[in-house]
Design a protein around this ligand. Sequence first.
Ligand code: ATP
Ligand code: MG
Length: 150
Amino acid sequence: MFSFKKNYNLFGKITLSIIKPDAVEKGYSISILSKIIDAGFHIIALKMMELSKKSAFIFYEEHKEKYFFDSLIEFMSSGPIISSILKKENAVKDFRILIGDTNPINAKKGTIRNLYATSLEKNAIHGSDSNKNAFKECQFFFPIEKFYYK
Ligand code: ATP
Ligand code: MG
């Protein structure tokens, strides 16, 4: 298992990204990954996969009381996604800036959601919202003991 203690030196320097099913389906994955790399993030883990409904439920459990939850679970398990761990100083904060507002209507010009999102739900990409959640989410997708990165 990925260990928080063994990877304490990465705390504050990693975030979890998910290119969501809408963006993968439309063929935006490589353009989005290029944008992420150009912004100075190092991809230290990467995989393409499909989420089961159960996994999507667990991942977004904090929203389980919200009116959009069932639809969100349906959407996130509707097709392939690309999840990755990104490393950079201030990774969480800087990545949230790069992806833009949750609602693409409010996302600043040039942000990933501004460029590639379709709607408030189908908003192309996920980014962790705190350093603590980043570690939890990285562990969820990549349950490995150690990230090999110089
Ligand atoms: P994410 O966690 O995916 O990075 P976020 O942190 O910007 O997004 P959250 O509030 O955590 O936003 O919402 C999780 C996801 O649920 C959103 O990215 C979006 O796909 C969906 N969502 C949020 N609010 C709504 C809403 N009002 N209607 C429909 N879908 C929504
Ligand atoms: Mg969120």
